[in-house]
Design a protein around this ligand. Structure first.
Ligand SMILES: Nc1ncnc2c1ncn2[C@@H]1O[C@H](COP(=O)(O)OP(=O)(O)O)[C@@H](O)[C@H]1O
Ligand SMILES: [Mg+2]
Length: 454
């Protein structure tokens, strides 16, 4: 808007003031020419000695009327011999301008405050530079100024018209340009009210299509996150409720009976204790999972001897393995020291070894091996167990996922172990892979950088 109006005003001012300059200079030149002609006549008719010439006086009057000005003729003695206003005749006029003119320097000044042009014209002797007298002329420029006012008004009108045009055009254009984005905003707002249910679509403009595409991609991610969060919450509630339901059933059946034998009491109480243990285990696992979901900055990185770490894990799990008649083997191919969070990595590997023991067969084996290259160390946990069906293998890292719910329950899992393991390994910028064949066995292989990358 300003871009349209400001130049308009500047141009208008420029036009008006240059008109003024030109009009004044044309007027000055015209008057000067007339005066020069008069000067010639003055000399010719000897007007300076005898100012009674009818013709010349008539011409002076005409000239001064024509330009609404005043003409003074001054002779060599600085005496005013003619004044068209008849005020100063006979008086002496010794001003700087007149003096200068006698010295050959004519002037032509424009006084734009009082609106008149003042000029001096020398009356020269023919064929010589002798200055015989001076004509002092002042003419009004009211007319020019009046013309300028008209011009200025017209210019102003033009500027106002331009400004209005710019305003209207600007309004229309900005509407056209902004409309697509306003529609996108509106769509997004509609969506926020309805929350995540559908995609937005403003396909009428290329620009908006790009924006909406990007927005829809982001939306899809948010939806996925939201879905997994909801699923997690419902899983958690379900898992936490199951032991409670069992306890309630057990307790109810005791309360509902009279004269319950002490043996039954003991048996049911035993079952209730087991359920409590289970509930406790689920909560413990959930808490470690939540802890692992936090920022990687929470890692407590130290240089740890991995051989020792694995030995300790196996030692701790040996009793469970022995109970199931399972052989635990550790193979270390070289000494390995790495920068890791000892507690979290112990948790991760323990879960793998625990699974290998739990999902094994009678008289089976579990082999844990450690190797390293210049960049990573590798831990594999292989077992001779029941294996994982092919269609389940992609799900085993999901929270609460268990291949065989009833069987696993008997074994006493929560379905959170592998989720915890994977989180811990990912926090170490590592990777985990699984190979398995049903009824033959399973191998988990873990790769972790020797030097922690923050
Ligand atoms: N070594 C393994 N052999 C066979 N199946 C396994 C093995 N490790 C894990 N699984 C399967 O993956 C599921 C998820 O394991 P995990 O997350 O540790 O939960 P859980 O608490 O049931 O052990 C288990 O329920 C089991 O079905
Ligand atoms: Mg487990």
């Amino acid at each position: 808007m300003i871009i349209g109006i400001v130049p308009g005003i500047i141009v208008e001012n420029g036009v008006v003031s240059s008109y003024e300059d030109r009009a004044v200079s044309i007027r000055s030149i015209t008057v000067k020419n007339q005066c020069d002609i008069l000067c010639n006549q003055i000399v010719k008719e000897g007007y300076l000695d005898d100012p009674s010439s009818e013709t010349l006086n008539g011409e002076f009057t005409m000239l001064s009327n024509l330009y609404s000005g005043r003409i003074l003729v001054i002779d060599r003695n600085f005496r005013v011999i003619k004044d068209t206003y008849d005020l100063d005749r006979g008086k002496y006029m010794i001003s700087a301008e007149v003096l200068n003119c006698f010295n050959g320097e004519e002037i032509s000044n424009y006084d734009d405050n009082n609106r008149y042009i003042e000029m001096t014209v020398k009356i020269e002797a023919p064929n010589s530079d002798d200055v015989l007298g001076v004509m002092l002329v002042s003419i009004s420029t009211d007319e020019i100024v009046a013309g300028m006012d008209v011009l200025e008004k017209k210019g102003m009108l033009l500027v106002i018209i331009i400004a209005l045009l710019v305003l209207v055009l600007g309004y229309i254009l900005s509407g056209v340009l902004v409309r697509p984005f306003a529609r996108v905003t509106k769509s997004i707002e509609d969506l926020t009210d309805g929350y995540l249910e559908e995609n937005i679509s403003v396909p009428d403009y290329t620009e908006t299509e790009l924006i909406t595409d990007a927005f829809n991609k982001m939306l899809a991610r948010v939806k996925a996150l939201d879905d997994s969060r909801q699923e997690f919450v419902s899983n958690v509630s379900h898992e936490l409720k199951t032991p409670l339901t069992s306890m309630k059933v057990l307790a109810d059946s005791l309360v509902g009976q009279e004269n319950v034998p002490i043996e039954l009491y003991q048996e049911f109480m035993q079952d209730i204790t087991e359920e409590i243990d289970r509930e406790n285990k689920i909560i413990t696992d959930l808490l470690s999972l939540v802890k692992l979901d936090k920022k990687a900055a929470d890692l407590n990185i130290e240089t740890v001897n991995i051989n020792n770490l694995l030995e300790l894990i196996l030692k701790r799990l040996k009793p469970i393995a022995a109970k199931n008649h399972i052989e635990l083997i550790l193979e270390s191919f070289r000494p390995v020291n790495a920068e890791i969070d000892e507690v979290k990595l112990t948790l991760a590997i323990s879960n793998l070894v625990e699974n290998a023991i739990k999902y094994n067969t009678e008289n089976g084996w579990v082999r844990v091996s450690l190797n390293a290259d210049h960049k990573y160390f590798y831990v594999t946990v292989a077992d001779s167990g029941i294996g994982i069906p092919e269609d389940s293998i992609n799900h085993i890292f999901e929270r609460f996922y268990r291949v065989d719910k009833s069987h696993s329950r008997e074994i006493g899992g929560t379905g959170l172990g592998l989720a915890i393991t994977r989180s811990a390994i990912v926090m170490h910028r590592g990777a985990i892979k699984v190979y398995s064949k049903e009824h033959e066995g399973t191998t988990f292989s873990v790769r972790i950088p020797l030097i922690y990358i923050a």
